[in-house]
Write a new protein. Structure first.
Length: 368
């Protein structure tokens, strides 16, 4: 009986095999396990509180994908991404509340999905408007320009003018039953959760595949060395604008989604600290990694929720009540401390540890 010796590891012979989803048993098991957790375990066993935490994680992922795309893949530092999320949220809200939709579109739940697409397009174009000067500058000037987008959009235009439409003052209230997708009225945490899952999966799959195209490779070349990229024939200015548009587009989707979880929307939902928070998410998760965006979002949201639960245990004491009253400042301090710890002890982020774990199982029983 002859023995056939096969090479260890998995060898791919073409591009399609190299980027196939079902490469190894580990990947197959991982994806099946993930889908069971997301679509079965969490909906069945999570209570309303933890469903709202999951929705917050999904919103953070949607919001941070655009920041990851700009910073991690195109090398464009942004500190004003909350502005484009706000544009998406307010565009979708105004379309639902003010636009004279035909009755059948409201009855069949078509209006809100269309408003999401229009809001994403509007946020993308607004992002390109600020991308025009951003694509011409670097470093400190780039940071200031993106910050200007935040202050001009949220603090000036939305607060001073958009919020006054219809005589509403600062907040736009969203009555129960306003958000409807097909036959489903989005009026509970579990319905928001499933809508969040669909949007997150669509956006992640779209961005991952976009990064494999000529556009994605151009972004990486610009990030590594924009001068060399231009020498190679890449139109740096054009591809930077595309990056700003895609980031704004996904940010608009995040904002349009988040209104389904709010009873009212106001400029206070989109502070400058939210832009800084999203940068911290990708720093902790791992710059230049879509996995890192997800891991960073989970880490930041869960840690802050656990911190709040810990503070509430001592709310009956005098110092505990003071901590609970000043929890916003405590949250900001914890955020800064987390970034410092990761920059010192884990500068590559959580995605690097995931990469190590994945490679260990891919090469098992061998280890290198």
């Amino acid at each position: 009986m002859s023995t056939t010796w096969l090479p260890c590891g998995v060898y791919h012979q073409n591009y399609h095999q190299d980027h196939g989803w079902w490469q190894t048993r580990f990947i197959k098991g991982k994806m099946i396990f993930l889908f069971i957790i997301l679509f079965v375990v969490i909906p069945l066993f999570a209570d309303s509180y933890w469903l709202s935490v999951c929705n917050q994680i999904g919103y953070t992922v949607l919001a941070a994908i655009g920041v990851q795309l700009l910073i991690g893949f195109c090398g464009q530092i942004t500190l004003g991404h909350a502005a484009f999320i706000a544009v998406g949220a307010y565009t979708s809200t105004l379309l639902i509340l003010e636009f004279p939709w035909p009755k059948f579109m409201m009855d069949f739940g078509i209006a809100y999905p269309i408003s999401i697409l229009i809001a994403a397009f509007a946020a993308g174009m607004w992002s390109v408007l600020f991308g025009l000067p951003c694509a011409r500058v670097k470093g400190f000037y780039l940071i200031l320009t993106t910050m200007a987008a935040q202050f001009i959009t949220v603090d000036f235009i939305i607060t001073g003018y958009v919020s006054q439409i219809g005589g509403r003052g600062q907040a736009f209230s969203l009555p129960p039953g306003t958000i409807k997708v097909g036959p489903w009225t989005i009026d509970s945490d579990i319905k928001v959760y499933f809508m969040m899952l669909v949007l997150v999966i669509i956006c992640i799959v779209a961005v991952v595949n976009l990064l494999r195209t000529r556009v994605g490779r151009a972004w990486v070349a610009i990030r590594d060395n924009d001068i060399s990229a231009e020498v190679m024939g890449i139109n740096v200015f054009k591809y930077k604008l595309i990056a700003f548009y895609v980031a704004g587009f996904i940010g608009g989707i995040a904002g349009a989604f988040w209104i389904s979880n709010l009873a009212a929307i106001s400029p206070e939902h989109f502070p400058w600290f939210w832009s800084l928070w999203l940068v911290g998410v990708i720093l902790i998760g791992g710059v230049g990694s879509i996995h890192g965006t997800v891991f960073g979002s989970i880490f930041m949201v869960v840690v802050m929720e656990l911190l709040q639960l810990g503070v509430m245990q001592f709310v009956d004491t005098s110092w505990g009540e003071r901590l609970f009253t000043d929890f916003l400042f405590l949250k900001e301090a914890a955020f800064g401390l987390a970034i410092c710890v990761f920059m010192i002890f884990e500068p590559n982020g959580l995605a690097y540890r995931w990469w190590q774990t994945k490679n260990y199982f891919n090469l098992w029983p061998f280890s290198y």
